[in-house]
Structure formats: structure tokens, C-alpha cells
Design a protein around this ligand. Structure first.
Ligand SMILES: [Zn+2]
Length: 323
């Protein structure tokens, strides 16, 4: 049975949180007034079915709208279980919808006996998920810029802040409720991982959230927080970018840079080995490559696997007390 926690944040406003147990344990949100709005579904049908049951406990009728904050499967592969809803997303999300395929993830999940230990580890990390039966249901209402919705007389602002974590990143702000759904712009107490975009734009997106001064932020992954969560992640991204510059100039490969980087307070976040992604993105920028230049995901996951087995990782010295 999926482990979920429904939290009331304001009248008719809820978060449905999954405890962070690794890859894919994302959060969702619900505004239960007016036509109703769900913010993100989960990675597979079993978890999204459980999500829908939680929401049915507090909803009077099925939600008429569903926002996908971005195109990663852990935020939209349960869309088909909200068939009544119009699906909103940014155009860049819609364009990338379906680039990741459930059949391919299911094939990876089944590699538990593969001779390659890195692939076996990835399969084990996916053990909680079952990608069978997923029919991708793409956005039906595409945003080209910010959009203001009226839900029962109170506004919900959908703001495009990408390319930061992906090209189509959208956050949902409820100014009168003091609530913000951050999607994967914010990872809380877990190491962020990003795909398309730049560190600079990601920092700008976090600045924007801070300026909106929400009382409660629902991160894409990890527990609820306030703006302190935004500040800590921004400090992490700045720190990794600064350190990446030294390593890049010294000609160090990303994996070696990840080994040497002193993660300081961030060593305690879950999955610190994701720093290889963050360093690779920083290197991409330092090389002057485009923000959407593809990452070698297999090589990066292999790098993460190597780090996880390294008894000296993560390094945690006195230098990085910046959070
Ligand atoms: Zn995610």
C-alpha cells in the first residue's frame, strides 16, 4: 500500500506528500474549490489511485483541472486517473511529453538479475514502481506564459519559471492562502536533480518564490517548508556552481570533482551522489553548451552508483557551512 499523507494547508487547499524514499517519491497538491485543481499526479497507477482516494475524502466532485508542473513521469504518469480534468501545462512541457516512456522504465525495472551491478542497482531503486498500464495523457490546455485561474473566487497564479529544472517548469501560487506548489523547482532535504535549464535560471526561479513570500511551500520532493527551504537550496546550487568552476578550470572530470567536493551540510540530504548531475550541468554551462544539450543519463547514473559505493563519499569538511 503506498504511504501517503494528506495535509490541509488552508481552507480547501491540501498537499498529498509521499515520504522521500528515493527516486520518484514526489508530492501533489489539491485546490478543492471552484472547478477544482490537482497539481501533479504520481509516477505509476497504484500510487496515483491512492492519491485520488485521498483527494476523494475531501472533494465534493471530481477535479475539473489538473496542472502538470513539468514533463517528468513522476509528476504526470498518473494523469489518466483524472479523466474528468482538463490538463494544463506549459508549452515546453507539452512538447516534451512522452519523451520518457513507461515501457522503457518498466524494462529497466526488470533488470534485477542483470550482470551489470549499476543496472541492477537502478532496477532495485525502481522496485516500488510498476509502470505497466500507463497510457500517457498529454496536456489539453497549453500555456505560453503565466496564467491566472479563478477557483471559487480566489486566484491561483500559474507562473512559468523554466528552464530551471526542465524547460517547462511551472509553479502554482495561491496568494490569498499563502501557499505555493513549487514542483521540482524545490527539493527539500533531498539533493536536487535537474535536466534542462541553467543554474542561473534555477536560482532566479527560487528568488521568485522567495519574493512571493508564501507561508507554506509544497516542494516537488521532500517535506513541506517555508522560504528557508528555498534559501538552503539556492545556497547549495550557488556553492556547487562556484566549486564546479574551480574543478572545471583544473580540468577535472565530473566524477572526480564529485569525489573531491566538500558537501558540508548538504552531505546529510538524501541522495548526495546526485551532485554528479549538478556538476555536469555546471560544466555544460562553463563549456558554453546550450541549456538543453542532452545529458548522458546512463553515464551519470553510473557515476552516482560509483559514488554510492565509495566509502569516502560524501566528503564533509569544514569549508561548506553556507546553508
Ligand atoms: Zn520529480
Amino acid at each position: 500500500m503506498p504511504e501517503l499523507e494528506l495535509r490541509a494547508l488552508a481552507p480547501d487547499v491540501y498537499a498529498c506528500l509521499q515520504p522521500d524514499r528515493g527516486l520518484g517519491f514526489s508530492n501533489s497538491g489539491l485546490v478543492g474549490r471552484g472547478r477544482g485543481l490537482v497539481v501533479d499526479t504520481f509516477w505509476d497507477l497504484a500510487h496515483t489511485r491512492a492519491l485520488r482516494s485521498e483527494y476523494e475524502r475531501v472533494l465534493k466532485r471530481p477535479p475539473g483541472q489538473l496542472l502538470n508542473t513539468h514533463h517528468n513521469g513522476d509528476h504526470c504518469w498518473g494523469n489518466q486517473l483524472f479523466p474528468e480534468a482538463e490538463i494544463l501545462a506549459h508549452r515546453s512541457c507539452a512538447e516534451r511529453f512522452g519523451r520518457e516512456r513507461p515501457e522503457a522504465m518498466q524494462a529497466l525495472r526488470e533488470l534485477v538479475d542483470h550482470p551489470d551491478p549499476a543496472l541492477r542497482a537502478l532496477a532495485e531503486a525502481l522496485a516500488e514502481w510498476d509502470f505497466r498500464g500507463i497510457e500517457l495523457r498529454p496536456p489539453t490546455r497549453v500555456l505560453d506564459s503565466d496564467l491566472e485561474l479563478d477557483l471559487g473566487g480566489r486566484p491561483v497564479h500559474l507562473l512559468h519559471v523554466g528552464p530551471a529544472h526542465t524547460a517547462g517548469d511551472v509553479i502554482a501560487h495561491l496568494p490569498e492562502d499563502g501557499v505555493l506548489f513549487a514542483g521540482d523547482i524545490l527539493f527539500r532535504l533531498c539533493t536536487p536533480i535537474g535536466w534542462e535549464g541553467t543554474t542561473e535560471q534555477w536560482i532566479r526561479a527560487l528568488d521568485r518564490i522567495e519574493a512571493l513570500a508564501p507561508e507554506v511551500i509544497v516542494p516537488g520532493h521532500g517535506p513541506l517548508c517555508g522560504v528557508e527551504g528555498v534559501r538552503e537550496q539556492r545556497a547549495y546550487l550557488r556553492y556547487v556552481r562556484e566549486e564546479a568552476e574551480h574543478f572545471f578550470r583544473a580540468g577535472l572530470p565530473v566524477l572526480e570533482a564529485a569525489r573531491r567536493l566538500d558537501l558540508g551540510p548538504y552531505a546529510g540530504w538524501t541522495e548526495p551522489e546526485r551532485v554528479v548531475f549538478n556538476l555536469e550541468r555546471a560544466y555544460r554551462e562553463l563549456r558554453g553548451d546550450p541549456w538543453d544539450a542532452p545529458l548522458d543519463v546512463t553515464a551519470l547514473f553510473r557515476g552516482m552508483f560509483t559514488l554510492r559505493r565509495d566509502p569516502d563519499f560524501p566528503r564533509r569538511g569544514a569549508r561548506a557551512e553556507t546553508a
